[in-house]
Structures are given as structure tokens and as C-alpha cells.
Design a protein around this ligand. Structure first.
Ligand code: 3H9
Length: 683
């Protein structure tokens, strides 16, 4: 056996069996397509003698997870992926890609450069470049439509969707599905003397132009009109052009430009940040068993958590306080599953399996057999503390207990419990089966293996975990509160709510802070302000406007009026009058704020709060803050998160923004170590 290595990561081993070359790509953990792999492949292909064919196959758990993203911030060294693909196409024998695990990005493009593809049923194939701010750079937009048609290709490329081997076979992307051993299946496939078949020379199938246009329009809208999405659509459209070489060169040039642009750098930052966020530096513990879950409380949050667990194949016992409440919760849960089934999101077998895995109970003693029990009862100490005490008394020691809270002090809640080391916070976001973020809260007493069980749960549920220490609002809500406070002060000092919202949207948030508040309801924050009234510093600036709106019954969309009038979402003269009164009461002469100032002030409020959280040890690392805001609060991913954004800005401008923030907040302002935080992000 020959081995082709180079100083960067990975090797390609080649072995000849019965005049078929088997080239095994080996670059743990996921076979990223590094320079070493590209070089190894091209050397192995060029060294091949008189052969009947070649098979490209991955060692370990994958074919190829895409190009090595660590190489993308600098010039790419020869050979580049198109060179390797040319070697496959020019080889005088057919080349087969044998795919298991994932074939993503450049990995799928390499497979498309082969004459044939054979895959396992559960393999995952996709072109995720668009979600990384780029377009496929090695022919993905040209070869894929030749096999699947342009409609399916636009959907796959622009949506960065990953499809199974089975689906890929039905689309014509895969030529055969492997039963049993993949390599044996590929050898058998080649034994049938396959002719050479270069995908780039095939013609793109004709499709209904109106349906194609509709797919493109939909993809552009879904991709929020980002420039790389528009480029991807243009390139897939152009795959029907006669001159494939010219369009391939065009695609390559667009890819080379986009990969070095700020959107792509920000998205790569998030890619690596998201993977780090699920770990705790220096922690070496194994998760406890996680085969069944108990959920206490069948309200919106409890039902969402139950659905998330069922969707991940975990049996769930849902506990409610009495039979009537349990009945209501279970039927609401089953209705939600039926609705997913009706929309085609859940197959017949999955629906039946999830319903069979759901059990109800009215006594927490029925949860003794669960590995993890999550309480999702009312967000009130007087309800949660006695429940946790009861759980700690009743449940065997091995059972991990999660408390779902957004604000409460978990350390104080569990201080008197003998089993406090098995308790952690699990802050789900509503709807819990949809929202990606899960704050895994490490209380003072939480044992290491309990914490990593929380992280393992997040992975199992397909969620993005971020580890937080206990603090009011943990990471996300505390930063969001600082952002909202700044928005309200901007309004008090002169900006209209719609100006603040428009500026936030222009930056890339899906909605501005006032529109979000109308959507979630103004009463939640109102209740909190009332609770905090006694302890509020009377010298700190306080914006009375939302209180006046609540008193007037303007609680947001649900009451038909909040910061805006509904249903048309119009600025409201009533709100204008409340704002004018508040300014007059506070002796404020309104000043104009341009959109750029509003944006920078909203962002610097987040950045300052993030720096404080890091200094307090609530968040582990700056990149975790970015992951939190991008996954739970609608921060535009292509800006990389608030700290990544700030780290790209001129430090003097950031310092000036901070001064302006300090001036606006006035008494009680806490200035965080922003410069140090941003420097740490660059390390
Ligand atoms: C591309 O291909 C562009 C082409 O068009 C260009 C043509 C010229 N690079 O996620 P995990 C690391 S764009 C470098 O925790 P899992 C990851 O950081 C690329 N490293 O495991 C982690 O490292 P560590 C398109 C990568 O089992 C470790 O592998 N490709 C890459 O949950 C394990 O990863 C993608 O976008 C990479 N490409 O999931 C692939 N991929 O252990 C995206 C992974 O040090 N990758 N790593 O923290 C994935 O979706 C998942 O990683 C995968 C495994 C499903 C593969």
C-alpha cells in the first residue's frame, strides 16, 4: 500500500486490488479536505497505471466534511480542489466516490467530479457554502444541476440543506445505494465495467421556467437577499449555458472573492465558536446516562421541551399537578405532533413512535426511573424551590435534575438541598423544540459530570449549548436587557420607536427591539419592573413610557396595540403622545439620532454588558457571547455576533461609542473591560 502525505493534516492511502485503485482519505476527525488530502489525491491519481477504475473512500466516520475551513482566511496552496477534480475527470478510467457519513461542500464537489457516486442510505450530502457566506467553489453549482435539475439544486445550494443517501438516489445525485459493506459495494459496482461519464459534460435537464423562477425567488427571500445567495442563484441558473468551462471559472472567481469578505470571516468565526461553546476548558468528565427524561409542568415551555426530547428519540414522562391539567397538556402535545405530521415534517412511523414514547403522570414519584428530570413549572421561587426540594428527596442519586429558568438565582434555590451537586440550570428558549439555543447553567455546586450531561443533552436535541454561570438573565437575557434599555433611552432622548427598529433591521436583525417587545408582550417586562421597583436606584435614569403603555392596556400584538398600532403595524399617535409627555416630565429636549448612531449605540450596549459578564466569569469566553446572540436573539449571523462585530471596528471609534453610552446612561453606569475583551477575541 502507498501512502501520500504532506506536512499539513491528513493522508491518502492507495491500494490496488484487481486493477482497481482504492484511495482512502484519512484526516481525523471528519476528513476535512486539507491541502495534504488534495495533494495526496492528485499524486495517487497521477501515479495510477493501467487501471479498470478507482474508488475514493473515507476512513473513519465520513467521506469528506468539506474543505478545511482553517485554510480559508489565506491564499490556497496548489493543488486546489478544481485541480483534483480535473485529475478525476481526465483519468482514463472511471472514478467512483463511495460515500458514508457526510459528503459536504468540497467533499460533495469532489464526488460530483467523479464519474459515479455510491452511498449508504444514511449518508448526508450537502453544499453548506452559502451558510458560510460563500458559494460552492469547485463546480458544485454546475455539476449538481446536471444530475438533479436546477430547481432541486437551487434549493440545496441556497438552503444549505443536507439530504440523505436515499433522497440523493431519488434525485439522481447518487447512482447506487450500498447494502452491506460500502467498499465491497463500490468494487462490485465497478466490476460491471462502467464507462467513463464526466458529469460536467452532461446536459442540464429542462424544467418548467416558471417553477424554476419561483424556486429562485423563494431561495432569495429565504436567504434575506444576501449577495452570496444572489450569486449562487445566478450560477445555478447559468449551468444551462453551453460554455461550462466559462461558468466554472466564473464560479471559482466568485468563491475566491467571497471567501475573503467580512461575511465569510464572520461566519467561519461562528462555525468554530459554536463548536467550542459546547465544551468547558479543562473539564474532563463523562456524561451520565441519558436514555429517558421526565418533564414537570405541561405549559408552553414544558410541552416544547417534551417535543424536543421526543423528536430526539428520548422517551418522556410528562408530569402535571392533576388529571385535568395532564389531559389538557397531553392532548395539546399530541395535537402539535399531528400538526407536524400533517405538514409532512413527521413521517407515519415517527409520529407513532413519538406518541408511544410519551407517558403522563400526576405524581413526581413516577419519575424515579428517569435519567434526567427537567422542571419547567412557573417562574416563581415559591413554586420552584419546594418542587426541587421534593425532587431531591424522592429521586435516586443518579438522576440529574434540570431547572428551566430564565432569571432566577439557582445557587440560592438549591443552597439547602443535600443533592445540589446533581442540579443544573437548563434555560430553553420558546418554542423549545424550535429554538436552537440552550443555556446550560453551571451553579456553584453543580458537579462536572452533571454539567457535561447537560451538554450531552443539548447535542442529543440538536441544540447549540452555551455554558453560563448564575447571574440575573444569565448571558443572553442580560445582554438583551442592556440592548433594550439603550433602545428605550434613545427613544426618550429623541428617536422614534420606528426609527430605532428600522436601524436595527438595517443592521440585519430580523426585527427591532420595539417590534420584538410587541410580539412577546409588554407585560412580562412590566411585571419584572414592578418586582424590582423597591430595589431600583432612584438616581438611575428610568424610562416610564412602557409602564404608561401597559397601564393603558397596550400590551403588544395580543391586545392589538403596543409600541405600534395593529393589525397594519403603524406608528401610533397615542405612543407619540406618551413619549412627548415623558420627555416633558424629564425636561428633555429631543435630539435627532441618525441610523448609524442608533445602530452603534445598540451594539455597544451589548458589547459593554458582554465585557462585564466575562469579567464576572458568567460567560467563559468572548466567542460564547457571539454564539448566544446569534442563536437565540436574531443577531445577524453574517456579522459574527456583537463582539466579533466590535473587534472588526476601529478601537478609537468603539471607545467613543462607549463614552457616548456612558453619558446616556449616566448614574450607575458600569463600564466593562471592552478593549481587553475584544483583544482576547482576536487571540
Ligand atoms: C467548502 O467545502 C467550500 C468548497 O466549496 C470549496 C471548494 C474549493 N474544516 O462539528 P463537530 C472540525 S466549505 C475544518 O464538532 P460533529 C470541527 O471544528 C466547507 N474543521 O463534529 C471540530 O474540531 P474540534 C463545507 C472542521 O460530529 C471537529 O471537526 N463544510 C470542518 O458534530 C468535529 O466537528 C462544512 O461546512 C471543516 N470543514 O459534526 C462542514 N468540519 O474537535 C461543516 C468539522 O477541534 N461541518 N471540523 O472542535 C459539519 O457540519 C460537522 O462538523 C460534521 C461533524 C457534520 C462534519
Amino acid at each position: 500500500m502507498n501512502t501520500h502525505t504532506s506536512p499539513s493534516h491528513g493522508t491518502v492511502r492507495s491500494e490496488i486490488r484487481d486493477r482497481i485503485a482504492i484511495l482512502t482519505i484519512d484526516n481525523p476527525p471528519v476528513n476535512a479536505g486539507s491541502h495534504a488530502i488534495r495533494k495526496g489525491l492528485i499524486e495517487a491519481l497521477q501515479a495510477a497505471g493501467d487501471l479498470r477504475g478507482a474508488i475514493l473512500i473515507g476512513a473513519g466516520r465520513s467521506f469528506i466534511a468539506g474543505s478545511d475551513l482553517r485554510e480559508f482566511g489565506a491564499p490556497l496552496a496548489w493543488p486546489e480542489l478544481p485541480d483534483v477534480i480535473s485529475a478525476c475527470e481526465e483519468a482514463p478510467f472511471p472514478v467512483v466516490a463511495a460515500i458514508h457519513g457526510v459528503a459536504l461542500g468540497g467533499g460533495l464537489e469532489l464526488a460530483l467530479g467523479c464519474d459515479y457516486r455510491i452511498a449508504t442510505e444514511d449518508a448526508r450530502l450537502g453544499l453548506p457554502e452559502v451558510s458560510l457566506g460563500m458559494v460552492p467553489g469547485a463546480g458544485g453549482t454546475q455539476r449538481l444541476p446536471r444530475l438533479t435539475g436546477r430547481i432541486a439544486a437551487v434549493e440545496m445550494v441556497c438552503g444549505s440543506t443536507r439530504i440523505t443517501g436515499t433522497r440523493a438516489a431519488s434525485l439522481g445525485l447518487v447512482d447506487a445505494l450500498a447494502e452491506g459493506d460500502l467498499l465491497d459495494a463500490a468494487l462490485t459496482f465497478l466490476a460491471q465495467d462502467r464507462p467513463k461519464r464526466v458529469v460536467a459534460q452532461m446536459t442540464v435537464p429542462d424544467e418548467d421556467p416558471a417553477a424554476l423562477q419561483a424556486a429562485c425567488d423563494k431561495a432569495l427571500k429565504k436567504g434575506r437577499g444576501r449577495p452570496n445567495v444572489a450569486e449562487a442563484i445566478r450560477l445555478v441558473q447559468a449551468s444551462a449555458d453551453a460554455d461550462v468551462a466559462a461558468v466554472l471559472a466564473d464560479e471559482r472567481a466568485v468563491f475566491q472573492r467571497l471567501r475573503l469578505e467580512p461575511d465569510a470571516s464572520a461566519l467561519r468565526h461562528l462555525f468554530f465558536a459554536e463548536r467550542r461553546a459546547g465544551s468547558v476548558d479543562g473539564l474532563d468528565a463523562k456524561p451520565r446516562a441519558l436514555a429517558s427524561v421526565g418533564v414537570i409542568g405541561g405549559g408552553t415551555m414544558g410541552q416544547g421541551i417534551a417535543r424536543a426530547c421526543l423528536g430526539a428519540g428520548l422517551p418522556v414522562t410528562l408530569v402535571e399537578r392533576d388529571a385535568a391539567a395532564l389531559d389538557r397538556s397531553l392532548s395539546a402535545l399530541c395535537d402539535a405532533l399531528d400538526a407536524r405530521h400533517a405538514r409532512g415534517r413527521l413521517g407515519d412511523a415517527a409520529l407513532a413512535a413519538q406518541k408511544a414514547a410519551l407517558r403522563g403522570a400526576t405524581d413526581v414519584a413516577d419519575l424515579t426511573g428517569c435519567d434526567l428530570v427537567i422542571e419547567a413549572v412557573f417562574e416563581e421561587l415559591s413554586v420552584k424551590v419546594p418542587l426541587l426540594e421534593q425532587l431531591d428527596r424522592l429521586l435516586p442519586e443518579n438522576v440529574v435534575i434540570g431547572t428551566n429558568t430564565s432569571y432566577l438565582d439557582i445557587n440560592a434555590m438549591v443552597a439547602d438541598l443535600p443533592g445540589r451537586s446533581r442540579i443544573l440550570g437548563l434555560h430553553f428558549f420558546s418554542p423549545a423544540d424550535v429554538m436552537k439555543l440552550l443555556e446550560v447553567v453551571r451553579a456553584e455546586a453543580t458537579a462536572d459530570d452533571v454539567l457535561v450531561t447537560g451538554l450531552a443533552l443539548a447535542k442529543r436535541l440538536g441544540k447549540q449549548p452555551v455554558v453560563a454561570r448564575v447571574a440575573e438573565g444569565f448571558i443572553g437575557n442580560r445582554i438583551y436587557a442592556a440592548y433594550r434599555r439603550r433602545a428605550e433611552l434613545l427613544m426618550l432622548d429623541g428617536a422614534a420607536p420606528q426609527d430605532v427598529d428600522a436601524a436595527a433591521q438595517a443592521f440585519g436583525f430580523a426585527m427591532g427591539p420595539f417590534a420584538v417587545s410587541d410580539m412577546s408582550g409588554l407585560d412580562i417586562a412590566w411585571a419584572m419592573r414592578k418586582r424590582q421597583a423597591a430595589t431600583r436606584d432612584p438616581k438611575a435614569r428610568y424610562v416610564t413610557i412602557p409602564d404608561r403603555l401597559c397601564e393603558a392596556g397596550r400590551l403588544g400584538r395580543k391586545t392589538g396595540a403596543g409600541w405600534y398600532d395593529y393589525p397594519e403595524t403603524r406608528p401610533s399617535p397615542v405612543v407619540d403622545a406618551v413619549i412627548a409627555n415623558a420627555r416633558a416630565d424629564a425636561g428633555i429636549t429631543p435630539q435627532p439620532f441618525d441610523a448609524a448612531t442608533i445602530q452603534r449605540q445598540l451594539l455597544i450596549a451589548m458589547v459593554n454588558e458582554a465585557a462585564l459578564l466575562l469579567a464576572e466569569g458568567v460567560a467563559q469566553r468572548p466567542s460564547d457571547i457571539d454564539v448566544t446572540l446569534a442563536n437565540g436573539y436574531g443577531f445577524p449571523r453574517w456579522k459574527g455576533g456583537p463582539l466579533w462585530w466590535a473587534a472588526q471596528e476601529d478601537p478609537a471609534a468603539i471607545a467613543a461609542d462607549l463614552d457616548q453610552l456612558e453619558q446616556a446612561i449616566g448614574h450607575g453606569f458600569a463600564r466593562g473591560p471592552v478593549a481587553e475583551t475584544l483583544a482576547a477575541l482576536k487571540d
